[in-house]
Design a protein around this ligand. Sequence first.
Ligand code: DGL
Length: 360
Amino acid sequence: MKTLHKLAPCFAAMMFLLPYQAAHAEAAKAKLPNVVILATGGTIAGAGASAANSATYQAAKVPVDKLIAGVPELSNIAQVRGEQVFQIASESFTNDHLLQLGKHVAELVKRSDVDGVVITHGTDTLEETAYFLNLVQRTDKPIVVVGSMRPGTAMSADGMLNLYNAVAVAGSKDSRGKGVLVAMNDEIHSGRDVSKAVNIKTEAFKSPWGPLGMVVEGKTYWFRLPAKRHTVNSEFDIKRINALPSVDIAYGYGNVTDTAYKAFAQQGAKAIIHAGTGNGSVAAKVVPALQDIRKSGVHVIRSSRVNAGGFVLRNAEQPDDKYDWVVAHDLNPQKARILASVALTKTQDSKELQRIFWEY
Ligand code: DGL
């Protein structure tokens, strides 16, 4: 009885303080950034038969609300809400998916109650979606694309921490104005530069010029800034794009023929990306077909199948001026396809296309 009597003031104090603590917690939560998570599918939403299945699984199975529920720590760093935009493996992304996603993101970032957007995405074409959004989203709000290399059912799954990191980056004020970002494996990459370089490790994403920074325990650390035009200083605007011209990629290799290039042109490609050997070189027996293709009004854009920190030099081994061809600069073939498709919504002029490839 005596003990209870002694503890009474403590209980009284607690009863008095509890409402204030609750109000303080609510006030702290209200200060957290508002981040919308748009789910599109991929391995981050994948499920395998057992915890040992880190590479054998079905992608695009887990809905966005379960992804969010799987990382309760998100509520410590942001007020998140999720939307299931698609539920597909990203190798099946089409231009229509890019347009639909891009237009939805543009609507979201206009809202004053949205501070950042995270897009969960399959890793196969994540780099293409990130670059596309980097070109057409006229906002400085953080847009962060994230995936995972292992399904959430696997031992040492990487999706939970990748999602936590992506929300941390999207909710961080110092992520603003850096273009569309990709958060994978503790690194923050530019959506322009990053590509999937390894198909089966968690350290899968590489940028030829290096990541922009890192995110560790929910905090962002920056070391570089993008050099090329993006988002708010882009001349492209998703709100004015309702169709993406068809652009295809043909690979260069020993014993190559002109069959693929001709087929793409016949199928209506408005530009063909040549994924050339070395410096975007073109086999002698393919040059006549590419000259004819150019004369027919289809653009020829030389990229390189070599993608590790180099760039295709104009008029080096190929007389680009004479043939009226364009070079993709440092963009790999899949990135060059995205830029060519977006650029062709504004111009058919090869000199303008070349300017765009220098600047973006
Ligand atoms: N099917 C692949 C995709 O959706 C799985 C790869 C992944 O998401 O990591 O891109």
